[in-house]
Write a protein that binds this ligand. Structure first.
Ligand code: SF4
Length: 256
């Protein structure tokens, strides 16, 4: 084949290719000297793409902690708990309530008579005072925080929960705190501080000082029930609450 015939054949081939690309709705590749087979440059190296993520990695990335579901599952797991003797006298198991996404968790010692009756934490007289601190003092609502206790069942006669009862129930509180992972924990009273810190914690001397529970800042303060009998201590609790608000970046609006 002479040169003129070769060129005619190449152009006819290219016209055919062009028609095929148009039929498929695709743009034809740019024509270069390579297309015509005039030059023979070395083949470009293939571009290395990052490896596709493994299935396990994709699963990790997709997992957004569904704290509400985890809290619900924990409540289901506790069920009609009979792990300690407090189960015998209870009316309701008082698991806790509030936002599973809460930045702040209040921990009391155990449900009182009113709480046992309705199955919700801090609804009696001391609960009203706690609500006042949350709403009037902090400018939040109970739904913004999470409220629970060390033991979930009412100790008879409002006595302090005993060591074996705390030991039996404490894993549930630890799991609640692990799931919620708040920015601040506020323990209310001696029993809660001793359960999460150390057994010889002295509330009157050591309240108001930041501590740490598994890396989470913890502020120990008085129990609202104590304030009902010692209203003068409200000022100290307000100082502790202000420290919590500062840690959470909340504006101090009024005193609780
Ligand atoms: S206090 Fe806790 S451990 Fe004891 S029965 Fe109630 S839920 Fe179970």
């Amino acid at each position: 084949m002479n040169t003129e015939a070769e060129i005619r054949e190449i152009f006819s081939h290219m016209r055919g290719l062009l028609t095929s690309y148009q039929e498929m709705g695709m743009d034809p590749p740019p024509v270069s000297s390579d297309t015509l087979g005039v030059s023979r440059r070395p083949e470009p190296k293939p571009v290395r793409r990052p490896a596709a993520p493994r299935v396990e990695e994709m699963k990790d990335r997709a997992v957004v902690p569904d704290r509400a579901a985890l809290i619900e599952a924990l409540r289901d797991r506790i069920g009609d708990c009979r792990r300690c003797k407090l189960s015998k006298g209870r009316t309701h198991l008082v698991f806790g309530e509030g936002s599973p996404e809460a930045r702040l968790v209040f921990v009391g010692e155990g449900p009182g008579h009113d709480e046992d009756r309705v199955g919700r934490p801090f609804v009696g007289e001391s609960g009203k005072l706690l609500t006042k601190i949350i709403e009037n003092g902090m400018g939040l609502t109970r739904k913004d925080v999470y409220i629970c206790n060390v033991v979930k069942c009412h100790p008879p006669g409002n006595r302090d929960p005993e060591g074996d009862e705390i030991e039996a129930c404490l894993p549930f509180l630890r799991e609640q705190l692990r799931i919620i992972a708040p920015e601040v924990i506020c323990t209310l009273g001696r029993v809660a501080a001793q359960a999460l810190l150390e057994k010889d914690f002295r509330i009157t001397e050591q309240r108001g000082q930041w501590r740490s529970y598994r890396g989470i800042p913890l502020m120990p303060t008085f129990h609202p029930a104590y304030l009902l009998h010692n209203p003068g201590a409200k000022r100290e609790v307000w100082e502790d609450v202000k420290q919590i608000m500062a840690r959470l970046g909340l504006e101090v609006k009024s005193h609780g």
